[in-house]
Design a protein around this ligand. Structure first.
Ligand code: AMP
Ligand code: GLY
Length: 424
């Protein structure tokens, strides 16, 4: 079978690496890909935003499956357009992708289906925002309704900040994405990600992971796309995953089907696990990045039949997925300045020595080749140094040993990935 993979991040490099290992694959093309993905797949110069171009490419290459990595093409209806041409897609329809693309939709959906989440209100004007804030205690959580590249959440420590932020967001700080605002209760507890494969009716849990969203050590500084992650985590054991499936994921899959938008693909639940149990912070309609990289490291089964089963509605008949019990960790190396202004084009050396180390894989995110064939930084998050080990500590030691082989003075990483669990 020929497979088209859409995207260019570390998540897509890990997916390409895993898909390329499948004996079912004849040809794997990635659009647009990056320097690392080019080592395991053919690259096609079609951007993830070019829906028409991607559909044409899928037809030209006779794709039996299109794997859609990022959220934007899903929210733009790529899966729907492929379905019109009878091409199977791993990823939800535009209507089902609302679970990520509209926080207001998801909050109302949770209310309709009794899915535990933070108490909230959806507002479009400042008077309504203030009226709801009057009923809340600080800190106040304000969220742009639409996609804002991971930057649309503000946690305001006091009421004056909340009022000012709400006014700015409503007047378009994130464009149309923030003209509707969700204001919600601040949740406390342990944050974790649970992933499930879905075929519209059935849902199969994957393993859980914990991300590190803040740029600075000790979880300080601004939010990022994610600076590192590990799996498994003692804070989300198999019993907790089962509870999340029963209380959150399964009611969601049922509810989406009842409402006429069956969800197919991977559903990523961002959770806060507190004294009252797990509550949904947000849904994403795709794999997490960098969580995907460690999930792919730990998955022993072929991923292609699982993705096809999601597309074809046959997940109920899929052989159980097998996981490597060894822990895996990913340390993200980013360009200096990330998540703010970054410098591009700096040269990265030592990648081969690092990836030759036992148990280590280097997944590329924002990389490219320069004219001399050197790997250069071409984005904010640039590399995902991923390692497996006999224990979590062993995996962490291997990952940082590999980081130390990489010669890239203009890059940085957090040195404390998994610290909260290891420090106990
Ligand atoms: P999101 O973009 O929805 O993932 O939010 C970004 C981050 O903000 C989350 O990973 C949480 O750490 C935090 N956050 C979002 N909503 C809440 C909430 N209701 N209570 C506490 N923290 C939250
Ligand atoms: N790691 C967070 C995300 O993919 O949204």
């Amino acid at each position: 079978m020929n497979i088209l993979l859409v995207g260019s991040g570390g998540r897509e490099h890990a997916l390409a690496w895993k898909i390329a290992q499948s004996p079912l694959v004849t040809r794997l093309v990635c659009a647009p890909g990056n320097a690392g993905i080019g080592e395991v797949a053919e690259l096609a110069p079609v951007g993830a935003g070019d829906i028409g171009g991607l559909v044409r490419l899928a037809k030209e290459m006779d794709a039996g499956l299109v794997v859609i990595g990022p959220e934007q093409p899903l929210a733009d209806g790529l899966a729907d357009r492929l379905a019109e041409d009878g091409i199977a897609a791993f990823g939800p329809s535009r209507a089902a992708a609302q679970l990520e693309a509209s926080k207001a939709f998801t909050k109302e959906f949770c209310v309709r289906h009794a899915i535990p989440t933070a108490r909230h209100a959806t507002v479009t004007d400042i008077e309504a925002a203030k009226a709801f804030l009057d009923t809340m205690q600080p800190p106040f959580v304000l969220k742009a309704d639409g996609l804002a590249a991971g930057k649309g959440v503000v946690i305001a420590p006091d009421r004056a900040t909340a009022d000012a932020e709400a006014a700015e967001m409503l007047s378009g700080r994130f464009g149309d994405a923030s003209r509707t605002l969700v204001i919600e209760e601040n949740l406390t507890g342990v944050e974790a990600s649970v992933f499930a494969l879905c075929d519209g009716i059935h849902a199969v849990p994957l393993v859980a992971a914990q991300d590190h969203k803040r740029v600075g050590e000790g979880d300080t500084g601004p939010n990022t796309g994610g600076m590192g992650a590990f799996s498994p985590t003692p804070e989300v054991d198999a019993a907790m995953v089962q509870r999340v499936m029963e209380e959150i994921i399964q009611p969601t899959v049922r509810g989406m089907a009842e409402e006429g938008h069956p969800f197919r693909g991977v559903l990523y639940a961002g959770l806060m696990i507190g004294s009252a149990g797990p509550k949904l912070i947000e849904y994403n309609c795709r794999f997490g990045d960098p969580e995907c990289q460690i999930l792919m490291m730990r998955l022993k089964s072929d991923i292609v039949p699982a993705m096809m089963a999601c597309a074809e509605g046959t997940l109920g008949a899929l052989e159980p997925l097998e996981w490597d019990p060894s822990p895996a960790v990913i340390v993200v190396m980013a360009a200096e300045g990330y998540p703010g202004e970054i410098r591009r084009g700096t040269v990265i050396r030592g990648l081969e020595d690092a990836s030759d180390m036992e148990g280590v894989e280097i997944f590329h995110a924002g990389t490219a080749h320069d004219d001399a064939g050197e790997v250069i930084a071409a984005g904010g998050r640039v590399l995902g140094v991923t390692a497996r080990g006999d224990t979590l500590r062993h995996a962490v030691e291997r990952a940082y040993a590999a980081v130390d082989q990489i010669d890239w003075p203009e890059g940085f990483c957090r040195r404390d990935i998994a610290w909260r669990v290891l420090g106990r």
